[in-house]
Every structure is written in structure tokens, then in C-alpha cells.
Design a protein around this ligand. Structure first.
Ligand code: NAP
Ligand code: F7E
Length: 325
């Protein structure tokens, strides 16, 4: 009998990579989508698996839809990737962010507790929970949380309720504390993709400049395709646990931009960048850098795609996409 998995947030960036991995491993994959009227299958098309997934309609803010899905399919594994994941918007939509990212997780855990207690649960936790905390310049599983946005705060609740249901009800629930991971199907508003898309537009004469906010923050960027392997591995362990996943290296937004412009053959890149206060945040996370030793040792996981390869992959993909158009 093949294993079954439910992925929430399947239409986002990570969902398609994870679904592809699980399908390759012989899983039957269910994907929860918010609506049937006008779903955007672009990212699933990109990885070539749109017709291989079974879609179920549900919303993280609608507990009855979550209960119905879990009760009906009782999957072996649930990967909760659904979220209002854009940090910038979380100040404008703080309550909605909390309802989706925090209370939605409680609904999923209750559905598991009451209707499918053997289901293993993965929660998409984030380095944003660390915010301004660090231990000698890096963050790992022992670093305290000090989130700096309504998004980060909502994810701290989700993290702890996942731990709490494990400790209270003996459920198999794990948190992957993932640092930033990117790809050619990264949402266009996130800074890496905004930069690579902007560069392709400048290069092809479709835009004159690129408006960005604070270019000093540093991020530990990896490739999404590598990170979904860590998610999968967490649910294959004997015991549930929480793991930091990242590359252990970090770069500033400025360094990312310089590298990406350089790869596209534009050396005088600074003349194309306009610093626009509109993109600055009320509170910033200045420095994220993982120490992923635990994931490397316990899961045998390590990132395969380097920073340089990631930048090239994203610039190439945006140049190709826009050239075709
Ligand atoms: P993403 O591209 O923003 O995808 C999120 C998905 O969640 C979207 O498909 C969206 O559906 C869905 N969603 C939003 N609100 C929902 C709701 N109320 N009910 C059901 N589905 C809803 O995010 P991602 O980059 O793939 O990240 C996956 C998860 O990992 C997220 O939880 C994110 O917070 C977390 N995370 C991401 C990173 C990263 O660097 N990418 C790092 C750490 C943690 P629509 O398509 O309908 O909008
Ligand atoms: O910003 C700065 C911005 O929006 C990165 C999400 O996946 O990773 C992501 O959150 C940095 C910030 O990602 C612009 O101020 C400058 O310092 O790409 P981002 P994020 O906020 O790190 C974490 C791990 C998640 O969990 C989240 O879900 O770049 N920045 N100028 C800008 N950022 C954006 N978006 N746009 C700019 O113009």
C-alpha cells in the first residue's frame, strides 16, 4: 500500500517541489487548495505534476473544511505549508495572518487529535521566529525567539502549539525551522525573485529600474528543492522533533543584487536600483544565519545547490520566461 500525504499550501513555492518528491517516492498526494473557481497551477505546471495530485477544497480559516479533509482521507502524513507568508503584508493584515498561520494550525492539530491520531504532522516553522536573537552570530534550535513582525509572531504560536500537542497527546508533530529558501517559482514579491525578475526586465528593455527597500539585512538563502527533502526526512524519523534547516552562510540583499546583476552582464548595477522607503519595514530582521548541525547529523540532510548556483538558476529562469513572452 502506498503512503498518503496531504499538503496544504500546494500552489505556493514549496508545495510543488514537495509534491514532486513525494510522488517520486510512490506517495498518493492530496493538495488542499482554497478555491476551485480560479486556482493558479503555474508552479505545479513548472514542476510538471499538475495532473498527478488530487485536489481538495479547504481553507486554514475554516475549521470545518479542515476537519472534513482530515476525517475523510486520514493521511499518513500532513505537511502544513499553507500560510500568509509575506512578512511585509503581515503588518497590513495582522489579524488574518494570525488566523491563517496560528489558529489554522490549531484547527489542523485538533482534526488530527480527534480523527486521525496516527497521522504524522510537519509544521512549516521559520527563521523569522528568531528575529533579532542570535547566539554568537548564528541561530540554532537553542536560540530564543524574538520575532519582529506579525508574521513572525503568528509562527511562534504555531511552533509552540505543535510542540504542545506532541507533549500533551503524544502525537507525531515536528517543526522544520527553515531559513529563507528560493527558486524560479518563488513568489514575485519576495526580494530575491523581485531582483531576478527586475534584472531580466531591465536586460530585455522592459523596465528602466528596480525599486527596493533596505539592502543591508543579511539572509541565509538556499534552494527550495533541497529544503523539501529535509521536510520529508523529518517525518521519516522514529521520533518527532524540531530542526533548523539552512546553509550556514549568509549574504546581504546588496550582495545578492550585485551577484545577480553581474551574472546578467550588468556591472554598473547601482544606477538601476532606486531605494524606495515604501519597501522598508516597521521593524527589520537584520541578520539570519543558521547552524544546521542537528539536521545534518540526525537527518543526514545537506544543501546541494550553492548560493552562486541559486542566483544563476533564478536569473536564467526569469530571462527565459520573459524572453518567451
Ligand atoms: P507561499 O509560496 O506563500 O505559499 C503559501 C501557500 O499557502 C499558497 O499556495 C496559498 O494559497 C496558501 N494559503 C494562504 N492562505 C491560505 C488559507 N487561508 N487557506 C489555505 N491555503 C492558504 O509559501 P512558501 O514559500 O511555499 O512557504 C511554505 C511555508 O513555509 C509557509 O508556511 C511559509 O510561511 C513557510 N516558510 C517559508 C520559507 C521560505 O523561505 N520560503 C521559510 C520558512 C518558512 P494561494 O495560492 O491560494 O494564495
Ligand atoms: O525579504 C529586504 C526585506 O520578503 C528579505 C518569507 O518566505 O523568508 C521570507 O521572509 C529581506 C528583508 O523575505 C525589499 O526588508 C529590501 O530584510 O524576501 P523577503 P523575508 O522577509 O526574509 C522567511 C524565512 C519566511 O518565513 C517568510 O515566509 O529583503 N528587502 N527590499 C525587501 N524585501 C522585499 N520583499 N521587497 C523589497 O523590495
Amino acid at each position: 500500500m502506498s503512503k498518503t500525504a496531504l499538503i496544504t499550501g500546494i500552489l505556493g513555492q514549496d508545495g510543488p517541489y514537495l509534491a514532486k518528491l513525494l510522488l517520486e517516492k510512490g506517495y498518493k498526494v492530496y493538495g488542499m487548495i482554497r478555491r476551485y473557481s480560479n486556482p493558479n497551477f503555474e508552479n505545479l505546471n513548472y514542476v510538471g505534476i499538475t495532473n498527478k495530485v488530487d485536489y481538495l477544497e479547504g481553507d486554514m480559516t475554516d475549521e470545518s473544511s479542515i476537519i472534513n479533509i482530515v476525517k475523510n482521507i486520514r493521511p499518513d502524513e500532513i505537511y502544513n505549508l499553507a500560510a500568509q507568508s509575506f512578512v511585509g503584508s503581515s503588518w497590513q493584515q495582522a489579524r488574518l495572518t494570525a488566523e491563517i498561520n496560528a489558529i489554522g494550525v490549531l484547527s489542523l492539530l485538533n482534526a488530527i487529535k480527534f480523527f486521525s491520531p496516527t497521522t504524522k504532522f510537519y509544521q512549516a516553522s521559520t527563521s523569522e521566529m528568531f528575529g533579532i536573537e542570535h547566539t554568537s552570530g548564528y541561530q540554532d534550535e537553542n536560540t530564543c525567539f524574538h520575532p519582529r513582525s506579525p508574521y513572525g509572531v503568528s509562527k511562534v504560536y504555531a511552533y509552540w502549539i505543535t510542540v504542545n500537542y506532541r507533549e500533551s497527546y503524544n502525537l507525531f508533530t515536528s517543526n522544520g525551522i527553515l531559513f529563507n529558501h528560493e527558486s524560479p517559482i518563488r513568489g514575485i514579491q519576495f526580494v530575491t525573485r523581485k531582483i531576478t525578475d527586475g534584472i531580466a526586465r531591465i536586460k530585455l528593455g522592459l523596465a528602466k529600474d528596480l525599486h527596493l527597500g533596505n539592502m543591508e539585512p543579511r539572509r541565509d538563502w538556499g534552494f527550495a528543492g533541497d529544503y523539501v527533502e529535509a521536510m520529508y526526512l523529518m517525518l521519516q524519523q522514529e521520533k518527532p522533533d524540531d530542526y533548523v534547516v539552512g546553509t550556514g552562510e549568509n549574504y546581504s540583499i546588496k550582495e545578492f543584487a550585485e551577484k545577480a546583476f553581474g551574472y546578467a552582464g550588468i556591472s554598473d548595477w547601482e544606477k538601476y536600483v532606486v531605494i524606495d522607503p515604501k519597501y522598508k519595514r516597521p521593524a527589520e530582521v537584520p541578520n539570519l544565519k543558521s547552524r544546521p548541525e542537528k539536521a545534518m547529523k540526525a537527518l543526514g540532510w545537506k544543501p546541494k545547490v550553492s548560493f552562486d548556483e541559486l542566483v544563476k538558476m533564478m536569473v536564467d529562469a526569469d530571462l527565459e520566461r520573459l524572453s518567451k513572452k
